[in-house]
Design a binder for this molecule. Structure first.
Ligand SMILES: NC(=O)c1ccc[n+]([C@@H]2O[C@H](COP(=O)([O-])OP(=O)(O)OC[C@H]3O[C@@H](n4cnc5c(N)ncnc54)[C@H](OP(=O)(O)O)[C@@H]3O)[C@@H](O)[C@H]2O)c1
Length: 327
């Protein structure tokens, strides 16, 4: 058994959009069934979830059960994370948290392993992963930073409903089938788009937009980078896309930028010569890479690079990033 296989892993939120993907990734690496512990809300306790040719029962998040795990992947609301994470840590375990509860805390590393895995050296038991819109953005900025500092990014997101969780996926499906009832969102999402993800703040930006700004700065250790986001929800089930305009310190050729994207671990460049000419959410669904395409310069400014990306918000945007941290 290798060292990872001997780790007792708990998935807290195992029935949710992210938790389901985490279990699939554990299945891909053949993590032993006996070293997987699944948790969800009281509603789900006792249910059995398929794992390979067997099943695993959902446990309640009692103190006794949480003591069984070495590492907890937490994919629940911030309130539940804040309650459960300290318990796991006080038992000597490590928490890798998908939510926003701890991301901006000083002693919590916020990590995308391709960029800042050295930050893991200073964790005190809790490690956070970024928001699913931040991860692909910082990977692109990090790649370009290797050639010239990115000074500013204007970004518009096209975010899938699974980013809100499993109930939002059901709401979209129901609306597509003619039931236009709204429970999760303020407005109908089927056949619609809204420039509104998470709560509005006093400055007119949303919480989600603030997350993109603050998390990018923390991961890159760069408080000067200017990020101007507009976060938009679109009627797509899985796969967030983003349109970026990046201002670089220097004039770097598109060939050089494309070459760097080709070499960057975790980015897949789709240029016009590829079979598929550009990234799309359906193409990124179920995949581990951040797909980047339509890389071009602004017509009137050689230091501005424009591009489009798509990324599976549940995989690299959440479950995979967390698992890579453990690895
Ligand atoms: N979705 C994404 O793209 C994405 C990406 C990055 C980060 N995240 C973050 O990941 C977290 C989970 O998101 P999600 O999309 O997977 O949500 P979700 O689909 O709504 O799933 C929520 C999970 O939490 C469980 N849960 C609810 N109350 C609980 C409690 N008191 N104790 C234990 N478990 C409880 C639910 O169990 P039941 O089934 O029993 O209700 C379910 O398994 C959020 O913090 C989110 O911000 C999500």
């Amino acid at each position: 058994m290798n060292s990872l296989a001997s780790i007792k892993i708990g998935i807290i939120g195992a029935t949710g959009a992210v938790g389901v993907e985490t279990l699939k990734l554990l299945s891909e690496i053949n993590h032993p069934l006996d070293n997987i512990f699944l948790f969800a809300s009281e509603r789900s306790v006792g249910k059995r979830i398929k794992y390979k040719n067997s099943e695993i029962e959902i446990l309640e998040t009692s103190d006794e059960n949480l003591k069984k795990i070495d590492v907890g992947f937490i994919s629940v609301s911030s309130e539940v994370s804040e309650l459960l994470a300290p318990k796991i840590v006080s038992n000597g375990g490590i928490v890798i948290d998908d939510g926003s509860a701890f991301r901006m805390k000083k002693d919590v590393p916020l990590v995308v392993p391709e960029i800042n895995q050295q930050d893991l050296d200073s964790h005190l038991g809790i490690i956070s992963i970024p928001n699913c819109t931040t991860t692909p953005l910082v990977m692109v900025v990090d790649a370009i930073n290797q050639m010239s500092t990115v000074e500013k990014v204007v970004v518009s997101t096209y975010q899938a409903v699974s980013g809100t969780g499993k109930e939002a996926v059901l709401e979209l499906e129901n609306q597509q089938n003619g039931n236009v009832e709204t429970k999760i969102y303020d407005y109908q999402i089927a056949n619609n788009v809204f420039p509104h993800v998470d709560d509005f703040l006093e400055d007119g930006f949303t919480k989600e937009e603030h997350k993109m700004i603050n998390e990018t700065r923390k991961i890159l250790h760069d408080n000067n980078i200017e990020i101007i986001p507009t976060c938009v929800r679109v009627p797509v089930k899985v796969g967030h896309s983003e349109s970026l305009c990046l201002t670089l310190k220097d004039d770097i050729s598109i060939n050089k930028i494309n070459e760097t994207f080709r070499k960057y671990q975790g980015i897949k460049l789709l240029d016009n010569k590829s079979v598929t000419p550009y990234p799309m959410p359906l193409l990124s669904e179920g995949k581990k890479d951040v797909f980047v395409g339509r890389v071009r310069k602004s017509i009137n400014n050689a230091r501005e690079i424009n591009l489009w990306l798509s990324c599976d918000n549940l995989i690299k945007g959440a479950a995979l990033n967390a698992l890579q941290i453990l690895e």
